[in-house]
Design a protein around this ligand. Structure first.
Ligand code: NAD
Length: 319
């Protein structure tokens, strides 16, 4: 496993790390035993960065992650959680000072820790950016001063809105961004933003190398926002890999981890065997011919992806 610095945070993180949303049963029902075994498979395999949110499974992911981390030495992992988004289905967003302070206190109780390494404003495409800059980030700076959190980040889907916050926040206030579904086999649009982020010393976390299930043999859960043409294109690519005896997840993980300007890619699963396989493939050589075939199959839908959020923050959809 390769380790890379996450911007200027000083955290040297595994290039493939663990996204804990699956522990909240967001893709399928999972048991606490599955969750505990998966988190241990991740840590034992060399993943040292874990991302979660109170929004995943309505706090269930944090609760189960907390159980899984019981007895694990605190210096074995960096822990990231979030504030602001509590339920996409109920449109429950609150980035205020009071809610932020309450949320991190509750998250730490569920997680069984007395600090988090990174606290991120979750899905800022649903936020008023004036509030993020003038209220939420100052609250996070205060929490940082108190030692409750070590670093500050923002997350979200549309790419253009990262500049909207980073250009207005004070220098070095926002230390990381988490982007998802924009650096994977069918969409590499995050690449265009990387030079800007590097110029601002912002560490880059890339989430969802399988596009939240698009690039898997199981396919997507019912809530998945991709259009049928995206799903069909990805299915064709998965079938091609299967015909060549390869699970497309392997290629997807290798592809996302190969970019040295992305500090880490978060992959999720509540199946320990999946996590072991994902870790093993990071160090395995990539099949260049298969990669070329798959990129060709995905060409008609390349960078054509879904967007969301308040109208002002959405990315234009590229055909
Ligand atoms: P993902 O692309 O990691 O896909 C997860 C799906 O792939 C699950 O269904 C899982 O079972 C399956 N999978 C993983 N490895 C597999 C394997 N080896 N074989 C077969 N199937 C496999 O998407 P994700 O879980 O949504 O994203 C990863 C993490 O990134 C999340 O858990 C979360 O921590 C983070 N994330 C954050 C945001 C945000 O902040 N807005 C958004 C998306 C994701």
């Amino acid at each position: 496993m390769e380790y890379r610095f996450l911007g200027l945070t000083g955290m040297k993180v595994s290039c493939l790390s663990f996204g804990a949303s699956s522990l909240g049963s967001v893709f399928r029902e999972v048991t606490l035993d599955d969750c505990i075994a998966t988190v241990h498979a991740a840590l034992d395999g060399g993943m040292n960065f874990i991302d979660v949110s109170p929004a995943y499974g309505g706090t269930l992911a944090e609760l189960r992650l907390g159980r899984a981390l019981e007895g694990v030495r605190r210096d074995r992992y960096f822990l990231a959680t979030k504030i602001g988004s509590y339920s996409e289905a109920r449109k429950d967003y609150d980035y205020s000072k009071a809610s932020t302070e309450r949320s991190i206190e509750h998250s730490m109780k569920r997680l069984g820790v007395d600090y988090v390494d990174l606290l991120q404003c979750h899905d800022v495409e649903f936020a008023d950016h004036d509030q993020i800059v003038n209220e939420t980030l100052p609250t996070l700076l205060e929490l940082k001063k108190q030692g409750v959190i070590r670093h500050i980040g923002i997350t979200g889907l549309p790419l253009k809105m990262f500049r909207s916050i980073l250009d207005r926040a004070g220098a070095d206030v926002v230390e990381t961004i988490l982007s998802f579904c924009h650096y994977e086999l069918n969409d590499t649009s995050l690449a265009d933003l990387l030079p800007y982020l590097k110029g601002k010393n912002v560490g880059v976390i890339n989430a969802s190398p399988t596009g939240m299930g698009l690039l898997t043999n199981r396919g997507t859960p019912v809530w998945h926002p991709a259009s049928n043409s995206i799903k069909e294109g990805c299915l064709k690519a998965a079938q091609h890999c299967r015909a060549k005896g390869v699970d497309i997840v392997k290629l997807a993980v290798q592809f996302s981890c190969a970019n040295p300007d992305i500090a880490t890619t978060l992959v999720g699963s509540a199946n320990p065997q999946n996590i072991r396989e994902n870790i093993a493939c990071v160090d395995a050589p990539i099949d260049r011919q298969l990669l070329a075939d798959v990129l060709e199959i995905l060409k008609p839908i390349h960078n054509y992806n879904f967007t969301r959020g308040l109208p002002a923050h959405r990315d234009p959809l590229l055909a």
